[in-house]
Design a protein around this ligand. Structure first.
Ligand code: ACM
Length: 554
């Protein structure tokens, strides 16, 4: 083990007069629970003007200390500073220890100073997040505390690392739109709980939110809805505005997307864009009917979905992309180009869920394409399409793909084609055993196991998706003990939710349970203990202005 200590210095802490009522948190109240911790009696009081030593650490790593100090100063007025000067007396000493796991960190809080160590920037970020969380809740909330308040930390040692590399939150912005500012607020919350993947479901049957050069209708008619379901949890009502009222057009600008990506990166969150295809594509088909197998809507006798009307309710449309059409494949490649340009993520999520094959079964062009490809089952056409998109993303842009479990669980999916592209499988309706058996990495987000944190029932009572026991499910339903399970995700669909405060109300506090599952190495968790920690954390949620389903804590 090589520990690269740049230098070490201490200063004596100065106790301040106290008028801030909130107390420092115990190690045992942290969410998510650290992998290893030992608290001892006593506290360290942060003195005004204290210094954080970063020695000669590269700027990209030292920046984590700068971010911490800036946030702390804003909330406390302590006037702390980061220094590279080895002659200065420092309270916090930051070192890099390459032997620590990625995202892992060590904290030693002593009566005369704090040692912080990690193998890189993400671990340091989490070390400082833990320090912020151990301080009074206004610090993590970014709210200025009372003048003269004391900022104390409990003494002891924390040796921490995450259980899983993928700790995600997915938000559907198609069914209802949520703007960049609202997403940034959720990213703050994710960072507070050490979640590190924001899965952005950008398109679906109800709206297209991504600007794509050369396809302007996507963010015009494709981003406009009529008579969409609206809801208000505070009054427990749901209604439709009527056809005369347009919802939208709502789409992000390139600048807004870049701002979200940068905001997330600052918090060590990777933004994974999802374009759901070849099903769930009605917004695109409404914009460009030629993408359908039936552009002129001549097959309405097959199903009314072939009208190409943009959807204003939930469900699964039979109107899917005509994957035999070279113009469609050109469009899809353009979309991948746009994603690769806007999102530095190693992954592009290409959906793949709920894709009926009726349209392909009734298309001469698709039959001819299958013949050309030597495919005998129409479902294999989806596997072929998935492989085409994945090959392009990898060969052209060096990106890998992710997709929903239907990629492997639909009968007659071509496993050889899917295995060849090595996708990460998102298991919402099973598939984890099959993914594991085929050596594919997978993420656990069960639809009926508490990880779908939207509202799961159509009725409009306050309890909605947060019925009694819903928070417990997030803690009691454990991810599979599979070597290829890379993590967990809280998934939020918005068919029933159009107000941002309702989104928070439903997602919280359950997303904290997902964070606990994703980080904590405890495989058998104690719900009563977890719920007590969440109840304590409502101080932070309140100060940060989050709306949450407090009934879930009863
Ligand atoms: C899904 O819920 N359709 C992935």
């Amino acid at each position: 083990m090589m520990i690269k200590k740049i230098f070490r210095c201490f200063c004596v802490s100065v106790a301040l007069g106290c008028c801030w009522q909130a107390e420092a948190a115990d190690f045992a109240s942290l969410i998510p629970r650290p992998a290893g911790m030992e608290q001892i009696p006593g506290t360290l009081s942060l003195p005004s003007g204290f210094k954080v030593s970063v020695g000669s650490l590269p700027q990209g790593i030292a920046d984590e200390a700068v971010k911490f100090v800036n946030a702390l100063n804003l909330a406390t007025g302590l006037d702390a500073a980061v220094t590279r000067d080895s002659n200065e007396k420092c309270l916090i000493d930051v070192v890099i220890d390459p032997s620590l796991p990625t995202e892992g960190y060590g904290l030693k809080i002593k009566s005369d100073g704090i040692d912080v160590k990690a193998s890189g920037a993400s671990g340091l970020f989490y070390a400082f997040q833990t320090l912020k969380k151990l301080l009074p809740p206004n610090v993590m909330a970014g709210r200025r505390g009372d003048d003269g308040a004391a900022y104390e930390l409990p003494l002891g040692q924390i040796d921490d690392r995450p259980r899983f590399e993928y700790r995600g939150f997915m938000l559907d912005v198609s069914r209802h739109f949520f703007d960049a500012q609202q997403i940034m607020k959720m990213l703050d919350l994710m960072a507070a709980y050490k979640l590190n993947r924001f899965h952005w479901h950008l398109t679906d049957d109800q709206g297209w939110r991504l600007p794509v050069e050369g396809y302007p209708e996507l963010t015009a008619s494709g981003a406009t809805n009529r008579n969409i379901l609206r809801s208000d949890f505070s009054t427990q009502t749901q209604w439709r505005d009527g056809d005369s009222v347009a919802y939208g057009p709502y789409a992000y600008t390139v600048d807004e997307i870049r701002a979200v990506v940068a905001y997330a990166a600052d918090r060590h969150i990777e933004v994974i864009p999802e374009i759901d295809m070849p099903g769930h594509m009605v917004a695109a088909i409404h914009s460009y009917p030629e993408f359908s197998t039936d552009p002129a809507s001549e097959k309405l006798s097959l199903h009314e979905d072939f009208s190409h009307n943009i959807w204003n309710k939930g469900g699964v449309s039979r109107d899917v992309l005509d994957v035999s059409n070279p113009d469609v494949m050109r469009f899809v490649r353009t979309v991948v180009d746009v994603l690769a340009d806007l999102f530095p993520s190693r992954y592009i999520h290409i959906g793949g869920d709920e894709c009926p094959t009726l349209a392909w079964e009734n298309s001469d062009a698709c039959a001819a394409k299958m013949k050309e490809l030597g495919l005998t089952d129409v479902r294999a056409l989806q596997s072929w399409f998935t492989k085409e998109v994945a090959d392009y993303a990898r060969e052209r842009h060096g990106r890998m793909v992710m997709g929903w479990n239907e990629l492997i669980t639909e009968g007659n999916a071509d496993m050889e084609m899917i295995k060849a592209i090595d996708p990460v499988i998102f298991c919402w309706l099973g598939g984890e055993d099959k993914a594991e058996a085929n050596g594919l990495r997978h993420v656990y987000t069960p639809f009926n196991g508490g990880y779908y944190i939207n509202r799961s029932y159509a009725d409009i009572d306050q309890i909605g998706a947060g019925r009694d026991g819903a928070l417990a499910l997030t803690i009691n339903v454990n991810p599979p003990a599979h070597a290829n399970c890379i993590g967990v995700q809280g998934t939020f669909w918005t068919e029933q939710v159009d107000r941002y405060q309702d989104l928070e109300y439903l997602a919280l506090p359950r997303l904290l349970g997902i964070a606990e599952q994703g980080w904590s190495t405890e495989t058998d968790k104690d719900y009563d203990d977890f719920r007590a920690r969440v109840a304590k954390d409502t101080e932070y949620l309140d100060l940060a202005g989050f709306n949450y389903g407090s009934h879930q804590l009863k």
